[in-house]
Design a protein around this ligand. Sequence first.
Ligand SMILES: Cc1ncc(COP(=O)(O)O)c(C=O)c1O
Length: 410
Amino acid sequence: MSSTPLDRDTAAGLDAADPLGHLRARFALPGELIYLDGNSLGPLPVGVADRMRDTIEREWGQDLIKSWNSAGWIDLPLRTGARIARLVGAAEDEVVVTDSTSVNLFKLLVAAARLRPGRRVVVTESTTFPTDGYIAAAVAEILGLELRWCDRADPVAAVGDDTAVLALNHVDYRGGHLLDLEAVTRRAHERGALVLWDLCHSAGVVPVDLDESGADLAVGCGYKYLNGGPGAPAFCFVAKRLHDELRQPLTGWMGHAEPFAMARDYTPAAGTTRLQAGTPPVLSLAALDAALDAVEGVEVADLRRKSLRLTGTFLDLVRAYTDLEVLTPADDRRRGSQVSLRHPRAYGVVQALIARGVVGDFREPDVARFGFAPAYLRYIDVWDAVQQLVAVLQGEEYADPAYSSRSPVT
Ligand SMILES: Cc1ncc(COP(=O)(O)O)c(C=O)c1O
């Protein structure tokens, strides 16, 4: 164990001087809870409930079907996408909000394979988030392609002149490892492959310069650092240079050039509109749109600065006060916005912490995961969370039988 890196008074001083400290008031956080799970489900931003009430009671309740036009419901996928574009370094017309991350992965993987006819391989990480791997396998099966697994340590090594698309997570969900999006994209392009980035764990918290990096395609979810609520719709990014060529497989009417022409044959809409398939989920879109107000006017670079300091402080304190193995890179250039710790009874550790008011989550097989969302977390939260962790470990609270039965969501 090393010497104490910071005490609670110092943490309180950092909070008092925090230029982002005022953002916490934009969230309806419950009481004394220390919420370190915004990388799984972001908390409720304050404006969302009023917006939902208005959308439900006035737009839906009073104005009924005319709200598709008068309230702009039909444009919500593009309008919300344009707001997310700023957070991921894209032009406003390169991002659309539609469907889930899983469905968007399917659409964009098929589209990528079609953009590289003759190339028969889809490459993805062997440790990818399950849905990414399952969808890649399904796409390979449906299109008669080979699925090749790569190692996150050097993903481009698996990319050859047979590869249509390389699908990667910008930040790894389990350990929080961050890839160099620009360098990986450039190296994959040198081999003629497209790259599809999953930004679920970076959008809204880690700077992402899709356009400057020459990125092709990306997906990301609305319910983590974008705080759009449980099951919020996801987003798709398509670089403008691919807009005309891109052919996605779910050719529903909302991706048609003229949905209300009711034509027999499918003609894709221009731009990212063609990535839509069915009728947009207006209530969920309204919640996500309102949630984005919580980071309105805030630069991702400023969020990143604080995020690194929060995770760095947590890492220092964990090293000072515990012997836990840390999975997350200490190098700022390789760390997302979470810290993952290994413990043989990690599930019990997480449950005991929740009982003490510190919410993280568990990931198989032995990982306790803590997300640090800089928009609402304070340095004293980091300090207090580590003190609670120490108490759980010293009291072996993780061994309490009450913490061993697994709920469906861990
Ligand atoms: C990296 C990553 N991709 C995809 C998903 C989930 O996708 P969906 O919203 O379709 O369930 C998650 C959810 O945690 C994730 O972490």
